[in-house]
Design a protein around this ligand. Structure first.
Ligand SMILES: [Zn+2]
Length: 236
């Protein structure tokens, strides 16, 4: 009964639902993008979800980070998110990891994962995650949003990696804390990332070279192809 509306979709069905139950996903970032990503994959019954975030909930998060309430202010996001998700779905294994994903993060955190999804807000962090996911040969869904727009892409072998798209050392652009972000933008982009994750896990995903770009002022969506960079120092 819980998953009826997914099972009704021929693209998911009973087989897809079993695949979701068997899946292990690591979500890095439980902020604006992480909230819809986590809500939808937990709701969908992904069997094991590791929530990685070193921040604490702040008042300025509540404008867009829908997993949290005023009572959560000051709590580690990973723990507050895990508690909320367990309240929605008690049948799955949710593991909070209340630390930033950095170069020192033990690689064992990714062990056994079928997919890494990141919704962090720094290019530098994405590159660390990209390298770790490539090393472990785990596909990476990367999402970013600021102001009125954002994108979602799936990276990893045999297609492009994140560094084929944004070279290492590139300047930070579109940082929410500096440039602002319309609340619904992270809802939209995070939902696109969750949809990509669910479709990937049930075996309904398209090629991983397509990047979806969403704009909300005025509203539009388009896809662009990202080529693998044969000279990429990370995946080459
Ligand atoms: Zn690359």
């Amino acid at each position: 009964m819980r998953y009826k509306h997914h099972v009704l979709l021929p693209e998911v069905g009973g087989q897809g639902q079993k695949a979701l139950a068997a899946a292990q996903v690591v979500v890095i970032g439980a902020g604006g993008l992480g909230c819809p990503i986590l809500s939808y994959i937990a709701g969908a019954g992904v069997g094991r979800i590791t929530v990685v975030d070193g921040d604490r909930v702040e008042l300025s998060n509540l404008q867009r980070q829908t997993l949290y309430t005023e009572a959560d202010i000051g709590r580690p996001k990973a723990e507050a998110a895990a508690e909320r998700l367990r309240a929605v779905n008690s049948e799955i294994d949710i593991r909070p990891h209340p630390e930033m994903f950095g170069p020192e993060t033990p690689r064992s955190l990714l062990k056994g994962a079928d997919l890494v999804i990141e919704g962090t807000d720094r290019i530098a962090a994405r590159h660390i995650i990209n390298r770790a996911a490539l090393e472990a040969d785990i596909p990476l869904i990367s999402s970013a949003a600021s102001r009125f727009s954002g994108y979602v892409g799936r990276f990893g072998r045999p297609g492009p990696c994140y560094a084929c798209f944004v070279p290492e050392g590139a300047a930070e652009d579109g940082v929410c804390d500096r440039d602002g972000v319309l609340g619904p933008v992270v809802g939209l982009v995070g939902s696109l990332a969750a949809a990509e994750a669910i479709r990937f896990l049930v075996g309904d995903a398209g090629p991983n070279c397509l990047l979806t770009i969403a704009e909300l002022r005025p509203p539009s969506m388009r896809q662009v192809t990202i080529e693998r960079d044969p000279g990429c120092p990370v995946c080459g």
